[in-house]
Ligand binder design. Structure first.
Ligand code: SF4
Length: 235
């Protein structure tokens, strides 16, 4: 049977190259994948960081959970979740011989092996940045000033007596994170493609995990209710 004349009524036992797994989002990276950076197959501009405290969607377990530690994933392409290394026309991975460990273990008809490494031996920013690099201090400072713990605390306070102050604190965090990025990019001559690896995705995007959205009018930020966005941080 060729890869493309699969009978959907038969139980699947092999990959039919439907591309579904690659279109659901790039893999989370593990220690084993560090060698791909050493070989130049992967670059930091190919990946982004999901920080501690961020809510992610696990598409195998079909559940949301909060990250207890950061993870690094391969970016999507064309503003979609499809892994940037997936070639639609050829229904193929463009780095197949060097694909990350999650891609090598994933069998959509039997996810046991993939589940076995779930959130274990995670590749993190500290593994890819020289400890003497001055950027490490800036990452630590950004984490302290703009942590998800701080954001969540203020979001929880929205329902309390001092909701006005909670809104102010949330907007302060959002704006700090928003303006910090171009500032350090310029000052330290950081490549634009490395920003989401270094500092994670911006709060103005991930605030949606709390059912909130930011509207920007000129320099002014407004916080407005939003429908929680499902499956936007797939793992
Ligand atoms: S690295 Fe290759 S196999 Fe893995 S999700 Fe991306 S395109 Fe698919």
């Amino acid at each position: 049977m060729s890869a493309f004349n699969y009978n959907p009524d038969e139980p699947r036992t092999h990959c039919i190259r439907c591309g579904t797994c690659c279109m659901k989002g790039g893999p989370t990276l593990h220690w084993e994948d560090a060698v791909l950076f050493k070989k130049g197959i992967l670059k930091t501009s190919h990946v982004y960081t999901l920080r501690k405290g961020e809510m992610v969607y696990h598409n195998i377990r079909d559940t949301f959970f909060i990250l207890q530690e950061e993870i690094i994933k391969i970016k999507g392409k064309d503003n979609k979740w499809t892994c940037m290394f997936y070639n639609h026309d050829q229904r193929a991975c463009t780095i197949y011989q060097h694909r990350p460990i999650e891609c090598r273990l994933l069998k959509c008809w039997d996810t046991q092996e993939l589940e076995g490494i779930f959130l274990k031996k995670l590749l993190q920013r500290k593994h890819l940045i020289n400890p003497d690099d001055p950027i490490m201090e800036i990452l630590t400072a950004h984490e302290q000033r703009c942590s998800y713990a701080l954001l969540e605390k203020s979001v929880k306070a929205l329902g309390g007596r001092d909701s006005e102050n909670a809104v102010k604190k949330i907007l302060d965090l959002l704006q700090y994170d928003y303006y910090f990025r171009p500032f350090v990019t310029e000052k330290l001559k950081i490549a634009q493609g490395d920003i989401d690896f270094l500092f994670g995705r911006p709060f103005v995007t991930t605030i949606s995990m709390f059912g909130l959205r930011v509207e920007q009018r000129g320099d002014i930020f407004w916080l407005v209710p939003d429908k929680p966005k499902k499956a936007k941080n797939e793992n």
